[in-house]
Design a protein around this ligand. Structure first.
Ligand SMILES: Nc1ncnc2c1ncn2[C@@H]1O[C@H](COP(=O)(O)OP(=O)(O)OP(=O)(O)O)[C@@H](O)[C@H]1O
Ligand SMILES: [Mg+2]
Length: 263
């Protein structure tokens, strides 16, 4: 893999759940070092797209390449590729009876045979990176929502994945904690040399730190470009989404429920 080969390459991708097409005609290249915001109304298929990037959902058509390799269909190869992808899922998934440090250590204990002292040092570094070294011995219930999100972020970073995927990292956070988490996403991306994909409907918190934005609506990507281009776009889908208007070309209510609406 050369330096300039894309971190993610999706070509002619169609994703389906059972008989129903959720997304189609997806073509996307994500270059190394970028922070890409994936925007769109609830139920439009953002998480479905992420499931394709982690190999959980196989394409109905087209191809998925991640970290310079075609997505394996399963087995050892898939597990190996997944180690290169740090995923922060909606909700933090922290284990409540483990301390912060033990939570962050978990992927290292599961996937490496590093000695204890090295794991402790790595955990300290990850917690330092998210500004929470002092909270190492706390339990998740003792943390604020924003702190817990940052611990989950540290855990997602534990194995030094070159690609980070955040699915709704701001859910349940107040505006201040949201600002802290988003600037952390950008800073970690740049200082650790990562590539980041941020799925969110928090447009105004996310666009300022993004290099590129995608808008998904009605079963396809309706916009791909810079945040500045997005603000200027006169595409009716994009405008409706940015303004949060209930009436317009995006069928907010009908699309997720009507069978075949996106097919
Ligand atoms: N495992 C599944 N089986 C069947 N249908 C599914 C499955 N997961 C998602 N869907 C359907 O696919 C569509 C897209 O869902 P998805 O979760 O990708 O949306 P989303 O954009 O992430 O929404 P949100 O913003 O609410 O998280 C929805 O209509 C949903 O009902
Ligand atoms: Mg989702």
């Amino acid at each position: 893999m050369t330096q300039t080969s894309p971190i993610v390459a999706l070509r002619g991708l169609r994703l389906a759940r059972g008989e129903r097409t959720i997304l189609r005609d997806v073509d996307l290249l994500v270059e190394p070092g970028q922070v890409v915001a994936v925007l769109g109304p609830s139920g439009c298929g953002k998480s479905t797209l992420m499931a394709a990037l982690t190999g959980e959902l196989a394409p109905a058509d087209g191809s998925v390449e991640v970290l310079g390799r075609p997505m394996p269909r399963g087995g050892r190869e898939l597990l190996e590729l997944r180690r290169g992808i740090g995923v922060l899922l909606q909700g933090n998934g922290l284990l409540t009876d483990l301390t912060v440090a033990e939570n962050v250590a978990l992927p290292l204990r599961t996937h490496t045979d590093l000695p204890d002292a090295v794991i402790r040092r790595l955990v300290e570094m990850k917690l330092h990176a998210v500004g929470l070294r002092a909270a190492a011995d706390a339990y998740p219930r003792e943390l604020s929502g924003g702190m817990a999100r940052r611990v989950a972020l540290a855990r997602a970073l534990a194995l030094d994945p070159p690609l980070m995927i955040y699915d709704e990292p701001l859910t349940g956070l107040d505006p201040i904690a949201s600002g802290v988490v988003m600037s952390l996403v950008r800073r970690l991306n740049d200082t650790l040399g990562l590539t980041s994909i941020v799925v969110t409907h928090h447009v105004h918190e996310t666009l300022p730190v993004a290099d590129r934005a995608l808008v998904i609506a009605n079963g396809r990507i309706v916009f791909a470009g810079t945040p500045a281009e997005l603000e200027k776009s006169d595409d009716p889908f994009v405008q409706q989404f940015l303004r949060g208007a209930p009436d317009g070309p995006i069928a907010f209510d009908a699309a997720p429920r009507v069978a075949g609406a996106a097919a």
